[in-house]
Design a protein around this ligand. Structure first.
Ligand SMILES: C[S@@+](CC[C@H](N)C(=O)[O-])C[C@H]1O[C@@H](n2cnc3c(N)ncnc32)[C@H](O)[C@@H]1O
Length: 366
């Protein structure tokens, strides 16, 4: 057999700017494949299987054995290639050994991030959010982002002929995928809000404007038993709301009025609105509050300058997702939120508290 020698080393790449930037560009261009491979791994239940293995490392063979109707040879090789890619992004960990015949045997364990990608680990999961962002209807809209910059309609609107909200109305499949994602994220954020934010102590009546079916108020009033909750949303959302002890459901349009209370909660509502609608809503919140009343907005908050950090990248991706999908929706900086509040009459104190995962609680007084 002919001897083969490899010349050069991959470590030569370090410090070679031409090649570093080439690889950076290549990685950016193909990063969608990571999202899509994650989606496939979620669909195949690989993260659940790894998380439920009790710390034992599993081979692709063992993982494929648990999958329905996998063609043995092809299936095992495909599972191995999927996990090998995910190992290179630290989604799973890979142990390699040399087998009896000199072959490489790979075994996989979950990396810490898998706690958010498995579905059945009991806590909150981002797997439903992965299914929404990679849904066919969402992905096709991205093709139109460049064209949509010219104005007129969002990329989603150009692609589907209607707004995302209207599309949800006629596509129960997609709205179901979206709802599952939002339920998980909202529960996680609310549990962290209750741990880290202490502005609920002195509230008697809390109005959750755009509170959906009341899940947030259910959690708040379970912790703060002295609070009476008013869950305010559109008639469609209220018609689906279960009865919750200590919470009154009121159906209405927040651009017409907001029910009175001594604090108003707006959780991830402002980011779906353009600046004019934010001001219309905030003025109604101002009118609903007594002189000592407070507005608590729970929102993503953008940094003033785009930093090269995972947290900032997640936020700017979210903002461009809003640009792609939402008529007028956008993420904002703290200064932008404060300016909107001041324009709506909130001339008192302003306080911000970091919550979790890029969410902040922003408190404004009259
Ligand atoms: C992004 S969701 C936020 C839901 C909830 N606050 C949470 O954090 O999960 C926006 C909510 O605002 C509600 N909404 C939209 N337009 C509204 C309006 N004009 N009046 C009242 N609620 C509205 C929607 O029905 C939805 O429940």
């Amino acid at each position: 057999m002919k001897n083969t020698t490899l010349s050069g080393s991959r470590s030569n790449l370090a410090g070679d700017e031409e090649e570093e930037t080439w690889l950076h560009a290549w990685g950016l261009i193909t990063s969608f494949a990571v999202s899509m491979t994650l989606k496939a791994a979620i669909e195949l239940g690989l993260f659940d299987a790894l998380s439920n293995a009790g710390g034992r490392a599993l081979t692709a063979d063992e993982l494929a054995a648990g999958l329905p109707a996998v063609d043995k040879t092809d299936g095992v090789a495909s599972v191995d290639r999927i996990l090998r890619l995910l190992a290179s992004f630290d989604v799973v960990r890979c142990l390699t050994e040399t087998g009896a015949h000199g072959e490489t045997i790979r075994q996989y364990t979950p990396a810490p991030v898998c706690r958010w990608l498995a579905i059945n680990h009991g806590g909150s999961s981002l797997a439903p959010y992965a299914m929404f962002t990679t849904d066919q209807d969402c992905l096709t809209a991205w093709q139109q982002l460049g064209a949509a910059v010219e104005g007129g309609q969002t990329a989603f609107g150009r692609t589907h002929g209607v707004t995302m909200v209207e599309h949800f109305g006629r596509t129960p499949r997609l709205s179901g995928v979206f709802d599952k994602a939002m339920v998980q994220i909202s529960a996680m954020v609310t549990s962290k809000l209750l741990e880290r934010f202490h502005g609920f102590d002195d509230i008697s009546v809390l109005v959750d404007v755009g509170g959906g079916t009341g899940a947030t108020l259910k959690m708040v009033t379970s912790t703060y038993k002295h609070i009476r909750g008013i869950n305010f949303d559109l008639p469609y959302a209220i018609s689906l709301a279960p009865s919750i002890p200590g919470v009154e459901h009121i159906a209405g349009n927040m651009f017409d009025y907001v029910p009175s209370g001594d604090a108003v909660l707006l959780k991830t509502v402002l980011h779906i609105l353009d600046d004019n609608d934010c001001i219309r809503l905030l003025k109604n919140c101002h009118g609903a509050l007594s002189d000592k009343g407070r507005l608590i907005a729970v929102e993503f908050v953008l940094p003033g300058t785009p930093e090269v950090t995972r947290a900032a990248q997640n936020l700017f991706i979210l903002d461009v997702m809003m640009l792609n999908n939402s008529e007028g929706g956008k993420e904002r900086t703290e200064e932008e939120f404060l300016k909107l509040a001041r324009q709506s009459g909130f001339s008192g104190t302003f306080q911000s508290t970091y919550i979790f995962g890029n969410f902040w609680a922003l408190e404004f007084t009259k």
